[in-house]
Design a protein around this ligand. Structure first.
Ligand SMILES: C[S@@+](CC[C@H](N)C(=O)[O-])C[C@H]1O[C@@H](n2cnc3c(N)ncnc32)[C@H](O)[C@@H]1O
Length: 309
């Protein structure tokens, strides 16, 4: 969330404009009834939402939920690790783009807490949240020279680093194709230093391509949505904090579920709305974008802090 726009006087959503935990759980229940098995809490920064662990426990109690994950910047992880584990959270992904404090600060929007994030990771390991994954977005000329350091730091820790191609989510990050470091280039760099081999996906539609170090030092992954779009396998549905349902990370519009929910729609009616939107989805933005060299600025895509990663 750029500081220039989201300054201290910015009017954020009022609590009543956001879905309550009860509303989120009701909608999650409906999604699960029609086939969803995995839930991920992202944001924005999910650990800023008061009493988040209560929501996790409620979501975990939904019959049919097999997996609950959380994506966080890790700043509050040490504080909440024990509570998160106790609430039934299965695993976490922590965003960490570089171990160089200045580059970390630059890429995380002035978050000062590299040390806090590393301490949070240790705390998460100690309480047994597993597997722990790191999301590292690699941007040419910004943090690409710190890739090997990041990989080395997490070798032999059981923490899986996933290198992500820099994407043009939203319209504010002034994305240019020149900023993208293709996964193949990162793979080559790492393989030259510590040979790796490809391992098969855990499940159909897994976004990361997985590799293991030949010397047994662990796993890394690559998310290559720019150079190898995976729209055809994408099965992710996204629900914003104000109750809008999106069928794509690069969506320009979504389906408002909060209004019908608050004016008394039945579960059958809400399920029918969700199914219709899902069955009619035609999103394949990443595939379409691969034909462009600069983003189409006329598309008003939803920003990343709003729709989650
Ligand atoms: C938007 S964040 C939200 C959750 C949480 N606040 C965090 O920092 O992890 C979710 C993920 O999106 C990734 N991300 C952000 N901007 C990106 C971009 N332009 N391209 C690719 N991934 C991006 C981040 O690395 C992060 O792992």
């Amino acid at each position: 969330m750029p500081r220039s726009t989201f300054h201290e006087h910015y009017q954020f959503l009022k609590p009543t404009e956001r879905l309550s935990f009860e509303e989120i759980t009701r909608l999650a229940n409906l999604f699960v009834q029609i086939g969803v098995k995995k839930l991920r809490l992202t944001g924005g920064e999910p650990l800023l939402r008061p009493n988040l662990t209560e929501l996790i426990a409620e979501l975990g109690a939904i019959h049919g939920v097999e997996d609950i994950a959380l994506t966080t910047n890790g700043v509050l992880l040490e504080k909440y690790a024990t509570e998160l584990q106790a609430s039934g959270l299965h695993r976490i992904t922590v965003s960490l783009d570089s171990l160089d404090p200045e580059i970390f600060k630059l890429m995380s929007g002035e978050v000062q807490g590299l040390e806090q994030v590393l301490t949070g990771l240790t705390a998460a390991q100690q309480v047994g949240l597993k597997p722990i994954k790191i999301n590292a977005v690699i941007k040419r000329g910004v943090n690409d020279h710190t890739i090997l350091h990041l990989a080395e730091y997490f070798r032999n820790t059981e923490i899986i680093v996933r290198f992500i191609e820099y994407m043009d989510v939203g319209n504010r990050n002034q994305w240019q194709v020149q900023h993208v470091v293709p996964s193949k280039e990162i793979l080559h760099l790492i393989h030259e230093r510590w040979p790796v081999h490809n391992v098969s996906s855990n499940y159909l539609g897994e976004v990361a391509e997985r590799y293991r170090y030949d010397d047994g030092a662990g796993e890394i992954g690559f998310i290559s949505s720019v150079t190898q779009p995976f729209c055809g396998n994408c099965s992710r549905a996204r629900l914003s904090s104000e109750g809008v349902f999106y069928t794509c990370l690069f969506a320009t519009q979504g389906l408002d579920l909060k209004t019908p929910l608050r004016i008394g729609a039945s579960d059958d009616e809400l399920r029918a709305m969700i199914c219709a939107a899902w069955e009619n989805r035609v999103d394949r933005y990443s595939e379409q974008r691969s034909q462009l060299t600069t983003p189409d600025q006329h598309l008003h895509k939803i920003e990343m802090y709003y729709i989650g990663g």
